[in-house]
Design a protein around this ligand. Sequence first.
Ligand code: HSE
Length: 412
Amino acid sequence: MIKIAIMGHGTVGSGVVEVLSTNHASITAKAAEEIQIKYILDLKEFPGLPYSDLFIKDFDLIVNDPEIDVVVEVMGGLNPAYDFVKRCLLAGKSVVTSNKELVAAKGGELLQIAREKNLNFLFEASVGGGIPVIRPIAQCMAANEITEVLGILNGTTNFILTKMIKEGMSFDEALALAKANGYAEADPSADIEGKDACRKICILASLAYGRHVFPAQVSTEGISRVSSVDVAYANAWGGVIKLIGRAKKIDPNSLECVVAPMLIRNENPLSTVDDVFNAVVVRGNATGDVMFYGKGAGKLPTASAVVADVIDCVKHMKARKYLFWEDGCPDYVIDQDQSSTALYVRCKTADCEKAEVLIRDTFGDVEFLFCREAAAHEITFVTPQGQEGELKKKIKSLSTMLEVINIMRICD
Ligand code: HSE
């Protein structure tokens, strides 16, 4: 019998208890051991549950209990999760977490402690909810050089964009529904402003390229500036707008890493990923494109990934798993202005005809977009591919003629 502790009884924590209980027999068979929850740590009261007697409020009971082999951290946030997880590892306990904020900020350090202590620190649920993606990248694609990882990494924003575009729901209604379904973060601005997707692309990039990428190194934009008119222009262009996280290898010592709403062509499989679904595309030099798709948020999909990691820990109590990456360094991620992209540019102008001539003179081969939803005196175009900084300088050079409403990247 293996005894575990669960730290946190929110959406994911209660899902972990539910999955362990509902699938008890098959989980026992797969782990070749019975897994018993000894403690659930949470400061709130949960009276009337069949397992109410397991709740504790004192973390020391867990870290000092030699019977606890595996600790599940599903509290979220950096503090006190970082302190608790570190102390559990130092005390010789393997840790499973769904906490992307923790892994994105401190993953390298915690993996190092786990390695020194010959323990497991597993976090499959931290990216893509129930989609297996961490293990496949680390293990199944290990023979590849990975050139690029990109995807739709936040269920809440994808759900909101889908509801707004396909069902005409307002932003606030869609967000309220995402909250009610347990998709959104405790502070949903982390979803809306792209911070959650940023943490996830940091984890994927660290794993794919073996060096820690920190959230502060990633240029991050959310969806709050995307309007229904932008959506109509994207449709006229032949695509949709999605919040994309992307990490692209430039050379062994540098990486491009970005999170932003981008226009994607309808032919791109990512364009059809809707609602709470996430998808991650991994480009390997041997495999070509591999796409992982599934529910990226929600109680049971995320709990499923956590419990699978617990089973893995139980099966590998004396042998570490494969996850590891080196510490990060300051100039590892290039300035986004140096990256190569085409830009969607939507502007206001007093004179559309004159502006069109000027835009052609400045950029050469541009594609102008038209949609019925646009206000008068708007001019919208897609630039040719170029260095992002140079394209932005050119846009600025037209500022006497053009007032920019929105700029978005094109996802190639
Ligand atoms: N708030 C996150 C999302 C939860 O919407 O994707 C899963 O990480």
